[in-house]
Design a protein around this ligand. Structure first.
Ligand SMILES: Cc1cc2nc3c(=O)[nH]c(=O)nc-3n(C[C@H](O)[C@H](O)[C@H](O)COP(=O)(O)OP(=O)(O)OC[C@H]3O[C@@H](n4cnc5c(N)ncnc54)[C@H](O)[C@@H]3O)c2cc1C
Length: 610
């Protein structure tokens, strides 16, 4: 087999652990914060080095960034990468993912291409998951996102396992190809001291915009279709009610349980009623929602965002349409889309493709967008829809704003999309001034669907797609049967270091079982092997959206909070009244979990609560 040429593209990010909020200005303090290799990129580097060890060949790392990003490249060299390139130029500053992926693609072309290009799944500062697939699109290469395992690399093809929230596919693709790698794929190595010393003085080649022949109007802030117009601290969405549980343990335990049951009663699965807002402007083209699905099974997140897209369409005095790409088996989705609020449905029929294939679906959706020219397209934040949106944005030449949690329309009719950065420490409001459609992906679990209106009908626009060519071959497919229990549970009892020993977790398990919930843990507990890793909640664990999250002896570090932010209600019990979890919960008891939890268990067993 000819030797492989592998390029890894990485990013340097501020160490989110060290980012603090200035208590006076409420702004993020960036000065003096150390920069590190974006942690998910370490897995991309590791995978490249392992492939070289397995098959031979050459590994190259590159990054686009300021001069100090050179240190990230040296870390990659220390891990075993052979060559490093820093793509740096003042004109590249402020690039969004469109301009960043263009720049990286130009650098890869300057390198003479590669057999395999590997990206980390996401960058922890922005969480867009866009740059990898978009670079692949610029290069015209097959893209496989969310790779959990590389099975084999042969002459001119690669076989990988691609894992989404719902399913797992074994995919074969021709080389060259672009992949993004999941954090579960491997454990990045720690370089030894000799490698670190060698890497310190190793050659790093610097290239500017002229070296890579980048067109000046496609790079940096000037070349970016999207613009950040405002950065602000996150709004306080939870008003915590905290009581002292040290004096009267019984009272505190009862109060806490009442709060849990109150929260469960309040819970609803759809918006109670929709109040149509007064239009702010009149926009002539439509607002669309892309319906993500597997066969005839829609992803709930698609209908969640339909309610928000409906509100935006009403503010713009235009209609709301659903866009569906699928085969014969996906046609049932058309009626459902009307019942969840769409006025019109565009159905791009791709015969034989009831499931997502990024090449076929991108072409089909791009054809719809180019022909019918919507004002905005909302995508649910699932893995498939994020990948599809990323590649489509390059195909239709527009900006894509990732992972939004809030929207508004200003008096001039501009769509304001707000998204969390740095794991929610900062919120950025972003616009797409000149390109259309405005494309956004929306975080799942943030909005609630409109109540279903059975029998509601609308206009169907059918578009038959003839070009069904794909370079991706699915060798094996399975739905993930045993989905992560944490993401399915209505109640999650989170346990932190306050639990003191692994035996004590039984107490939390008993509480969870009496409430009909499951136990999740903070990272240190998973790291110490006290509980399975797949029960870790947080930035490097699972993101959960239960009806109620109960934090027992958890301090509320930002990396933990990121994973629980979308819980409907959060309750906390902690000895320390100044623990950050109390700033981020709905109800809390300052007290000892070893006093309060046994009391709660006693009440539940004796059915002394409603
Ligand atoms: C790159 C990176 C990724 C990370 N990813 C994650 C992640 O995914 N998930 C995650 O959880 N963390 C993550 N972390 C770690 C995170 O920063 C925190 O270190 C971790 O969440 C702390 O866990 P804890 O709250 O259990 O422990 P601690 O911070 O030690 O808190 C223990 C708490 O228990 C309380 N306590 C003690 N005894 C009692 C008692 N008897 N009764 C009541 N309260 C008591 C204490 O007051 C304290 O607040 C990550 C860190 C990094 C750098």
């Amino acid at each position: 087999m000819p030797e492989l040429k592998i390029v890894v593209s990485i990013k340097q990010v501020p160490d989110t652990d060290d980012l603090r909020i200035d208590p006076v200005t409420n702004n993020l303090v960036r000065e003096g914060v150390p920069a590190v290799v974006n942690p998910p990129d370490l897995h991309a580097i590791e995978e490249a080095v392992r492939l070289k060890e397995r098959y031979g060949g050459k590994t190259i790392v590159l990054t686009m960034g300021p001069p100090q990003a050179e240190s990230a490249l040296r870390e990659a060299l220390a891990m075993g990468i052979d060559e490093a390139y820093l793509i740096t130029d003042r004109a590249m500053a402020g690039a969004d993912t469109w301009a960043t992926s263009y720049t990286i693609a130009k650098a890869i072309q300057k390198l003479g291409g590669a057999d395999l290009i590997i990206f980390g799944r996401r960058a922890v500062d922005g969480e867009t998951e866009q740059v990898g697939p978009q670079t692949g699109k610029w290069l015209g290469l097959p893209v496989i996102g969310y790779v959990s395992e590389i099975k084999s690399v042969e002459k001119d093809k690669i076989v990988v396992v691609r894992t989404t929230e719902f399913d797992e596919e074994v995919i074969e693709a021709p080389l060259p190809a672009v992949i993004t790698i999941l954090e579960t794929a491997n454990k990045p190595r720690q370089p030894d001291i000799m490698s670190l010393i060698r890497a310190k003085t190793a050659k790093v080649t610097w290239w500017n915009k002229d070296d890579i022949k980048a067109e000046p109007d496609k790079i940096g802030l000037a070349g970016s279709p999207t613009k950040v117009i405002k950065v602000q601290p996150p709004p306080k969405t939870r008003k915590a009610e905290i009581i002292d549980g040290k004096k009267d343990v019984e009272k505190a335990a009862k109060w806490f349980l009442d709060k849990v049951f109150e929260a469960l009663k309040e819970e609803q699965s759809t918006l109670k009623e929709y109040v149509k807002p007064k239009p702010k402007v009149k926009v002539n083209s439509e607002v669309w929602v892309y319906i993500d699905h597997i066969g005839d099974k829609p992803n709930r997140a698609s209908y969640e965002i339909m309610s928000e897209a409906r509100r935006i369409a009403d503010l713009m005095d235009t209609s709301l349409s659903a866009a569906i790409v699928g085969g014969e088996g996906s046609k049932a989705l058309i009626d459902e889309a009307f019942e969840y609020g769409a006025d019109k449905v565009y159905f791009a029929e791709v015969k034989g493709f009831d499931r997502y294939d990024n090449e076929v679906y991108t072409r089909a959706l791009s054809k719809l967008i180019k022909k019918y020219k919507p004002e905005a397209v909302f995508f649910p934040g699932t893995r498939n829809a994020r990948e599809l949106a990323s590649i489509t944005a390059i195909e239709v030449n527009t900006g894509l704003i990732a992972d939004c949690t809030n929207f508004d329309v200003d008096d001039k009719g501009v769509l304001l999309s707000t998204r969390p950065d740095f794991g929610g420490k900062e919120m950025s409001t972003i616009i797409c001034p000149k390109h259309r459609p405005i494309m956004v992906t929306v975080r799942a679990g943030v909005f609630m669907p409109l109540p279903r209106m059975p029998g509601r009908k609308g206009e169907v626009v059918r578009e038959e797609i003839d070009d069904l060519f794909t370079r991706l071959k699915v060798l094996d497919y399975k739905l993930i049967e045993k989905r992560n229990v944490l993401t399915e549970a209505d109640i999650v009892v989170g346990v932190g270091r306050g639990i003191k020993s692994p035996e004590n977790i039984k107490m939390a398990e008993e509480l969870a079982s009496l409430l009909g919930g499951v136990v999740g843990v903070s990272k240190p507990l998973a790291d110490m092997g006290w509980y399975p890793k797949d029960r870790q909640v947080g930035q490097t664990g699972t993101t959960i959206r239960p009806k109620v999250y109960i934090a027992l002896g958890i301090s509320g570090a930002v990396q933990h909070l990121v994973g629980i932010m979308s819980s409907k209600k959060i309750g906390a019990i902690n000895l320390d009244p100044s623990a950050p979890i109390f700033e981020n919960c709905d109800f809390g008891v300052v007290g000892d979990i070893f006093e309060i939890v046994p009391k709660m268990i006693e009440f539940l067993k004796n059915k002394q609560v409603s």
